[in-house]
Design a protein around this ligand. Structure first.
Ligand code: NAP
Length: 295
C-alpha cells in the first residue's frame, strides 16, 4: 500500500480561489477592501522571504497590504508606537509582526500590544484564551491550515487517537487543543509528546493520526507507525544544498518509508507550508468582515 498524498499546494490553491471571490464580493457589495500590515524588523533573510510571500499572496487576492520595514536597531518604543498607530487605522484589519524580532525587543510586549481584533496571527492571549474555550477567534495559521487539510481530505478525526509531536505555542499546543474540541477536525483523543516523553514510539505506534512538529529531520520512521496511519508533517528542516544552490528540505517524518504504511501523508515541501500563508489571508478577510459587523 502507498499513501494518498495530501497536497497542501492544491488545497491552498482551492482556498485562495474561494478567498479571491470573497474579497471581490466584499468590494462589490460593501465597498470593503481587507487590509493587512506586515512588520519586518532587521535583515533576517528567512523573515524577508516570508514577508515578501505574504505581501505577494495578499496582492494576488485583492487584499490591501502594507509593509513596515525597520532597521535592526529600532527601539521597542518605536515599534510599539507604530503598532498603536495601525491599531487605530481603519484601512488595516490585520497586523502581523514577523518573528523573530531582534534580541533587544521584548516580543511578548509587542505581540500583546496588537489589538486582539486585528491579531490575524492568533498569538494574542485573548485569542489563545478564546481558542481554548472554543469561542470564535483568529486561529493560529499553521494549526488552522492543518485542520483544513484534514477536513478537506475527508480524514475522520472524531474518536481517532491523535498523537502530536512537539509542544510549541505556535504549532503543538494549539493543534492538540483544537483536535480535542467539539468541532469539525476535532473530537479526537489527543496525546502530546515532547523531549521528556519516555518512549515516543509507544504512543506513535497506536496513533490513527500523527502530527509531527519537532524540527528534527526524519525523526518518525516506518517502524514507529501502524498500517493506515494518517501523517501530517509540519517539520521544515534544511538537510543540504542542491548543486544549483537550492536548499534541500526534509520533514520530521521519513517520507519514503512511512508512505508505504500510511493511508494519507503530507509531503515536505508542498504540505503544511503553503497552507500557513493562506490561513493568514483567511483570517485577514475574517477580520475585515468582523470590523464591518458582517459575521
Ligand atoms: P519549536 O518551537 O522548536 O518546538 C519543537 C518541539 O518539539 C518542542 O516542544 C520540543 O520539545 C519537541 N522536540 C524537539 N525534539 C524532539 C525529540 N527528539 N523528541 C520529541 N520531541 C522533540 O518548533 P516549532 O516552531 O513548533 O516548529 C516545529 C517544526 O515545524 C520546525 O521544523 C519548523 O520549521 C516547522 N514549522 C513549519 C511551519 C509551516 O508553516 N510549515 C510553521 C511552523 C513551524 P521540548 O518542548 O521538550 O523542548
Amino acid at each position: 500500500m502507498s499513501a494518498t498524498i495530501i497536497s497542501g499546494t492544491e488545497t491552498a490553491k482551492a482556498i485562495r480561489e474561494e478567498l479571491k471571490q470573497e474579497v471581490a464580493d466584499l468590494l462589490e457589495k460593501h465597498q470593503i477592501v481587507p487590509g493587512l500590515v506586515t512588520f519586518l524588523v532587521g535583515e533576517n533573510p528567512a523573515s524577508q522571504s516570508y514577508v515578501a510571500a505574504k505581501n505577494k499572496t495578499a496582492h494576488a487576492l485583492g487584499i490591501h497590504s502594507e509593509q513596515v520595514t525597520l532597521p535592526e536597531d529600532t527601539t521597542e518604543a518605536a515599534i510599539l508606537e507604530l503598532v498603536a498607530k495601525y491599531n487605530q487605522d481603519a484601512k488595516i484589519h490585520g497586523i502581523l509582526v514577523q518573528l523573530p524580532l531582534p534580541k533587544h525587543i521584548n516580543e511578548t510586549k509587542v505581540l500583546y500590544a496588537i489589538d486582539p481584533a486585528k491579531d490575524v496571527d492568533g498569538f494574542h492571549p485573548v485569542n489563545v484564551g478564546k481558542m481554548v474555550l472554543g469561542e470564535q477567534c483568529y486561529l493560529p495559521c499553521t494549526p488552522h491550515g492543518i485542520l483544513e487539510l484534514l477536513v478537506r481530505s475527508g480524514v475522520q478525526t472524531s474518536g481517532a487517537e491523535v498523537v502530536v509531536l512537539g509542544r510549541s505555542n505556535i504549532v503543538g499546543k494549539p493543534i492538540a487543543n483544537l483536535m480535542l474540541q467539539k468541532r469539525p477536525g476535532g473530537n479526537a483523543t489527543v496525546t502530546l509528546c515532547h523531549t521528556r516523553t519516555r518512549d515516543m514510539a509507544v504512543h506513535t505506534r497506536r496513533a490513527d493520526i500523527i502530527i509531527a512538529a519537532v524540527g528534527v529531520p526524519k525523526l518518525v520512521t516506518a517502524d514507529m507507525v501502524k498500517d493506515g496511519v494518517v501523517i501530517i508533517d509540519v517539520g521544515v528542516n534544511r538537510i543540504g544544498m542542491s548543486e544549483s544552490g537550492k536548499a534541500i528540505l526534509a520533514g520530521d517524518v521519513d517520507f519514503e518509508s512511512v508512505k508505504e504504511k500510511a493511508s494519507f501523508i503530507t509531503p515536505v515541501p508542498g504540505g503544511v507550508g503553503p497552507m500557513t500563508i493562506t490561513m493568514l489571508m483567511k483570517n485577514t478577510v475574517q477580520a475585515a468582515k468582523q470590523a464591518a459587523g458582517l459575521n
